[in-house]
Design a protein around this ligand. Structure first.
Ligand code: HEM
Length: 305
């Protein structure tokens, strides 16, 4: 059906964004709890964000998942043709794609309902968030290339899960911290706490970047197969684009870690503003990578046997 080709990557990209942000909420909650004075107004404000975001993210993901299910169904029918219940069952409930789609949709629903039910207990919300997000991410790996037979059983899915996890704990966390935590600490002029959170963030950031590179290289090796294909196919060139942007994002991250974090720790007056600028650039480039990835995951790869 015309138009589906454009809508698919948009929905897929938005789903990937939602997953990375959910992972980011889980990590950012821990970092803020450890480095912002408990009981302070700042902690309450940041905690309020972190309590509401899982439900909001789950709602966003649920809507997108339903849209993805509808788009998937539409690829099997001609315009005007009625949808048979047998087809709906076969597409959305059976096979690896169908069971993964159902699992992801149910996990989003559980997170949505659960985060409302336990909204007064931040600890319970966090555990619910972590378990349902792990299920959502695992289900995501069942709806794309990681299920192809070029991989030994489950290997592609595990590699993909590590890649998603790496992107989430690095860039998802950075996005959430810049939304919920950094502005509150900047406004309260608590550069000491800001420095504490930024400094602590360097551990998930480096772990996430390492996971991204290791899993990304394995996936590229498996899908692209040769150096020639990397530079002569659309799939290969999209990966090259991702790697180029990754290098720039990692350089910006390195700058934050080695130059701006010490400036923050030394309470240099303009350090918070410089940090905000650097993070904005880092996140803008990450958004472009996600866009490229949404197209990449929907393209056929050159290593197809
Ligand atoms: C800023 C850094 C990066 C981010 C945010 C990122 C994000 C992602 C995401 C979200 C996926 C989709 C996973 C899924 O659909 O389950 C993906 C897939 C992939 N990424 Fe990355 N990635 C990054 C860096 C890299 C690097 C450095 C490489 C190569 C060395 C790479 C190679 C790949 C490949 C080959 C896939 C599989 C695409 C497919 O399914 O056909 N990525 N990436």
């Amino acid at each position: 059906m015309p138009g589906l080709g454009t809508l698919f990557p948009v929905v897929r990209g938005a789903i990937l964004l939602a997953i990375l942000l959910l992972i980011g909420v889980a990590v950012a909650t821990r970092l803020a709890r450890a480095h912002v004075e408990p009981g302070s107004g700042r902690a309450a404000q940041i905690g309020g964000w972190h309590a509401r975001l899982p439900g909001l993210g789950a709602w966003f993901l649920l809507m997108l998942s339903l849209a993805r299910g509808a788009l998937q169904l539409l690829t099997f029918v001609e315009p005007g043709e009625p949808l048979e219940s047998g087809l709906i069952q076969a597409v959305l409930l059976e096979g690896t794609w169908g069971t993964s789609w159902t699992l992801q949709t149910v996990a989003a629903l559980v997170l949505l309902a659960g985060s409302w039910l336990v909204r007064w207990r931040p600890g319970a919300t966090w555990y619910l968030l972590v378990t349902t997000t792990a299920v959502v991410a695992w289900a995501q790996t069942g709806m794309g290339h990681p299920t192809e037979e070029i991989w030994p059983p489950f290997t592609g899915r595990v590699v993909d899960l590590l890649h998603l996890g790496g992107a989430g704990i690095w860039l998802g966390t950075l996005a959430i911290l810049s939304l919920t935590t950094f502005p509150v600490l900047r406004r309260a002029a608590r550069i000491d706490e800001l420095a504490g959170v930024v400094c602590a963030f360097s551990i998930p950031a480096r772990t996430g970047a390492a996971l991204l590179v290791a899993s990304g290289v394995i996936a590229t090796w498996q899908y692209v197969g040769s150096l020639g294909a990397l530079f002569s196919t659309t799939y290969g060139l999209l990966v090259v684009g991702k790697v180029g942007l990754f290098v720039l994002i990692a350089a910006a991250g390195w700058w934050n870690w080695r130059i701006l974090t010490p400036a923050l720790a030394a309470a240099t007056p303009d350090a918070p503003v410089r940090l905000r600028r650097a993070i904005t650039i880092e996140l803008a480039m990450a958004a472009v990578v996600l866009g490229l990835t949404a197209v990449l995951t929907g393209s056929s790869f050159p290593g197809t046997p």
